[in-house]
Design a protein. Structure first.
Lengths: 102, 423, 177
């Protein structure tokens, strides 16, 4: 077996599909966030793999670094929202939070 | 294949160093606490009447913990509960992969660098592993299914996240000065002199960074004054409350292993690692014979003096106990006389006529010894601080981390960058 | 051959816990499984010679994001015993859609000629640093602005009206400098 670009792309596709499934099927907001993290990681694997095997540069790696940083920001805000939601509604299930006021 | 054996040998060195230091540190902590509180400390355990000033106690502790019953809470989450102590210990040990403990050692004509894995991102690796330490604690706290362990886990999480940032900021200043993330480069850079007389140690070029870093390391290792995750007066024993027997021993050992790591990091980043000030490696190699001779004479003299002290005690305490303990001073004197004799016997081999190969070995050995000496000193600092300072309150800890240490770290970084740009 | 074995192990370390993340009814299990997946992804980066990204992944994702996720899971006391995370009504459409997406992706991976070559991995840290300060200086500054905004936003969102509390959501600042 000669490990190359298609292998990494396949792993990334599997991760992306799993993440999509989690985002769509989970009711827990934190579970949905985990699915988003999986999808971001899948995209990152693609970035790094393309920069390694196709471009032979490091632009993809820099993009991956930006994605990681933005994922951190996204997680911080999302988790703050989840905590606020838990405080105001007493639940973290995304589909039970339907009213616009407490 | 040789690289595999080299790496295994280095891992073995660190394993022996950490495990040996853990035993010595447990002894040092109890004796040091006793010294600071003006009491005698542990002095009961003995092997055939030989107590070794309490050094037998860690051995006794190990056996006690090994043979104790392993009591576990019924409603635990079994897998995570069992995984947590091992994770804590593994994470504690894995930082050592990137710490250089010497320059290089020439074995059969090959230059073996004395670092297990010389990563180009070694400094980031250290930070990454430091953040992993949280997981074992959180796992233990959650899997035990007890509110006190749970609170300990939560406290550990927020504390470690808060202090990781000031730790990283402090280290970024160091990176600016030595312009490398590779730990061997950082240590090699600290061998220079500023203005011809001041060693270019991290603490000299980054004094504020050093203070930030040492406090952050104390917080990361969960030692007093920041041992809130296990604050026994508030949450009983924190995250390891529900552990007993060997699993508790693993947490206990991991705390000391973390101390060894913290001490090594302080020594590596801010006190020149294996570098001996004003004595760079070429100088050691040029004068290896002289240094070795002086060293042997020094060892002989010091051990003779210790042996004299033991002899005096043996005379004074003759028949004091009337049992096996009377043999102790005599044995001690004999041991130190043997050491002195060994050192003197080494002089017969004419160490001043040592060749270049031997000189190389002497230089490597001296550097490793300098590193270990620094590590032991900073480990003692951990103990010293623990028995001197009171514990912080939780809001004080957060206040210090976010409102004092973070701005100071940013200011340090900016000032360092400005100075580096001007100079 | 060893490197192939390493790749297979890393792929398994990535995929198997990811399946657990998605299907585990217990959200804490999912969180700890995500830890292994992120490790596997970091290993894959290292396998591709992207050492800086691998360590950044470990530091920011594993050391920051996931700690925060677990922290929130524990703070919100999500039902530990109750298995109420799924509804079958969502299961089927989610499964169909994600399978379709995977099929599409896999088809394009296998059918397109990517022109992939095989080269040695190069050391990256210095080059990435230089690029951040030259070609990518604008995105770099922009990202730090986004991080600052996220930090302030998280602190405001989490603040209670009665008393001001220390913000627990700040894993992101370690990359801000």
């Amino acid at each position: 077996m000669n490990v190359g670009l298609p292998h990494f792309l396949t792993i990334s596709a599997v991760l992306f599909a799993l993440g999509l499934f989690a985002v769509m099927s989970r009711r827990n907001a934190i579970g949905i966030l985990m699915g988003v993290e999986l999808m971001l990681n899948a995209a990152n694997i693609n970035f790094v793999a393309f920069s390694r095997y196709v471009q032979h540069g490091i632009d993809g790696q820099i993009m991956a670094a930006f994605v990681i940083v933005l994922a951190a920001a996204e997680a911080a805000v999302a988790l703050a929202i989840v905590l606020a939601m838990f405080r105001n509604f007493g639940t973290v299930h995304a589909d039970t939070v339907q009213s616009l006021k407490r | 294949m040789t690289i595999v054996f080299d790496t295994l040998a280095k891992i073995g060195f660190f394993f022996v160093l950490i495990m040996g230091l853990v035993v010595v540190l447990i002894w040092m902590e109890r004796k040091g606490a006793a010294f600071i509180q003006d009491r005698t400390g542990p002095n009961r355990a003995s092997i055939g009447g030989v107590r070794l000033a309490g050094l037998v106690h860690p051995v006794a502790d190990v056996f006690k913990l090994l043979f104790k019953e392993d009591v576990a809470p019924a409603n635990r989450h079994a897998a995570l509960y069992n995984l947590a102590p091992w994770l804590v210990m593994t994470v504690a040990m894995s930082t050592y992969a990137v710490i250089p403990f010497g320059d290089y050692l020439t074995v059969a004509g090959r230059r073996v660098p004395l670092v297990a894995a010389d990563l180009s991102v070694g400094l980031l690796y250290v930070l990454a592993i430091a953040s992993l330490a949280t997981y074992g604690v959180v796992m233990a706290g959650w899997a035990s299914n007890n509110k006190f362990t749970f609170l300990g886990g939560i406290r550990a999480t927020s504390q470690m996240i808060s202090y990781e940032i000031s730790m990283g900021l402090a280290l970024m200043g160091l990176v600016l000065v030595f312009s490398s993330l590779r730990l061997t480069d950082i240590v090699a850079g600290q061998g220079d002199l500023i203005w011809g007389f001041l060693p270019k140690w991290g603490v000299v070029v980054q004094p504020l960074g050093f203070i930030l870093f040492i406090v952050a390391v104390f917080a990361e290792t969960n030692r007093n004054p920041f041992d809130l995750p296990e604050g026994e007066s508030e949450i009983v024993a924190g995250f390891h409350l529900e552990y007993s027997s060997m699993k508790f021993a693993l947490f206990f050992m991991a705390e000391y292993a973390h101390m060894v790591i913290g001490a090594s990091l302080i020594a590596t980043f801010y006190f020149g690692g294996y570098q001996i000030p004003w004595l760079p490696r070429p100088l050691i190699e040029a004068n290896a014979g002289l240094i070795l001779t002086l060293k042997l004479i020094g060892v002989a003299l010091i051990s003779m003096m210790i042996a004299m002290l033991f002899f005096r005690r043996a005379q004074k305490e003759k028949g004091k106990f009337g049992d096996a303990r009377d043999r102790e001073p005599v044995l001690g004197a004999g041991l130190w006389v043997l050491v002195a004799g060994g050192a003197l016997a080494g002089l017969v081999l004419k160490p001043w006529t040592i060749g270049p190969v031997g000189a190389d070995m002497v230089a490597s050995l001296l550097q490793v010894m300098a590193f270990v000496a620094k590590v032991v000193f900073f480990a003692w600092l951990f103990i010293w601080v623990r028995w001197t300072l009171p514990r912080f309150r939780y809001d004080q800890l957060m206040h210090l981390g976010w409102k004092v240490w973070l701005p100071l770290g940013l200011a340090n970084l900016v000032v360092t960058a400005l100075v580096m740009a001007i100079v | 051959m060893t490197s192939d074995l390493v790749f297979i192990l890393l792929a398994l370390l990535t995929i198997v816990p990811a399946v657990w993340v998605v299907f585990s009814p217990n959200i804490v299990h999912a969180g700890f499984a995500l830890l292994f997946t992120l490790f596997g992804v970091a290993g894959l980066y290292a396998y591709m010679g992207a050492d800086f990204i691998a360590v950044t992944q470990m530091m920011v994702y594993i050391g920051g994001v996931l700690v925060l996720v677990l922290f929130t899971v524990m703070m919100t006391r999500v039902p530990l015993g109750k298995r109420a995370n799924y509804g079958l009504d969502r299961f089927v459409p989610a499964g169909v859609l994600s399978l379709a997406v995977f099929g599409l992706l896999y088809k394009s991976i296998t059918s397109v000629d990517w022109g992939a070559g095989h080269t040695e991995a190069v050391p990256t840290v210095a080059e990435i640093g230089t690029n951040f300060m030259t070609n990518y200086i604008f995105p770099f500054e922009y990202v730090s602005l986004v991080l600052l905004a996220a930090m302030i936003g998280a602190a405001i969102l989490i603040r209670e009206e009665k008393f001001s509390e220390d913000e627990p959501e700040n894993g992101e600042t370690e990359v801000q400098s």
